[in-house]
Design a protein around this ligand. Structure first.
Ligand code: ZN
Ligand code: ZN
Length: 266
């Protein structure tokens, strides 16, 4: 089984603790064939792209790791690009300056750089908010460069944590269908983000019904990621991820090198 973990954070992420070397060692220990380290590059409305990431140090460390583990583990250098539409110029400068294997396009923050983690879901119209979040995903899908879209049901995690109830996604199926069509037309994909499982107690993002919908829309490009921020979680969900995908009708998982998709049979 070709096991992958293509969503990983290290100490180069503002919220990461993992030593990059430990991430590689852990991946080898768990029998993984391939990993991609995807530290955060969140884009802010009034900050340069260098605001959170020590870019030169990060890139050199990652390129060195790739060389060091050649023949033992496929190590790829990626980034989780957050909301490029909030400041397209800064996002473009970063993307042009650094060559990478893989880009996850995510939405963490919305208007006024509001991190959706901080929203008060108990006192809001959740349907309206979710629809708005999907607008942000649509804008990302239509106009920005990435390989897979990250954790497309991200608000569900916080809504469940705060209110104790998972939002009903069936009412957004038409919107997600549109989103998937746009992503697929552009030759891109989505990820199966298993941060909930890696940390314990959470749900896959997206859950199986939306994975099936993506598959029905013709979606084939899909990566698996733990979204680990500590080394001990690296690769813990790689097998489970492939089982979830097989259950949703996928026959292949995807990984990327130099922005090109490679497929491995599940
Ligand atoms: Zn994220
Ligand atoms: Zn992440």
């Amino acid at each position: 089984m070709f096991l992958t973990d293509d969503h990983l954070h290290t100490r180069f992420s503002f919220d990461g603790k993992a030593d990059p070397e430990d991430v590689c060692r852990q991946a080898i220990g768990r029998g993984l064939s391939e990993i991609c380290i995807t530290d955060h590059m969140d884009i802010y409305s009034d900050q340069p792209y260098t605001y959170q990431l020590d870019c030169e140090n990060w890139k050199k460390t990652m390129d060195d790791l790739k060389e060091k583990y050649r023949g033992k583990l496929l190590v790829h250098v990626g980034i989780e690009l957050g909301q490029p539409q909030i400041n397209p110029k800064q996002a473009r400068i970063f993307m042009e300056k650094y060559s990478m294997d893989f880009i996850i396009g995510s939405i963490h923050n919305i208007e006024n750089d509001l991190d959706i983690y901080y929203c008060d879901y108990k006192n809001m119209d959740i349907r309206k908010f979710y629809s708005h979040y999907i607008d942000w995903l649509m804008e990302l899908a239509k106009n920005y460069d990435f390989d897979v879209m990250g954790h497309i049901t991200y608000p569900s995690r916080y809504i469940l944590e705060q209110t104790g109830t998972a939002p009903d996604m069936t009412e957004f199926y038409d919107r997600f269908r549109q989103l998937f069509k746009c992503v697929i037309e552009k030759g891109r994909g989505i990820e199966l983000n298993l941060s909930g499982l890696a940390r314990g107690g959470g749900k896959p993002m997206p859950e199986e019904d939306l994975l099936k919908l993506y598959r029905e829309c013709g979606g084939e490009i899909i990566t698996v990621g733990s979204d680990a921020h500590v080394a001990s979680q690296v690769g813990t969900i790689s097998k489970a991820g492939q089982e979830i995908l097989a259950g949703a009708g996928f026959r292949y998982i995807t990984w990327f090198e130099e922005r090109k998709a490679y497929f491995e049979r599940i």
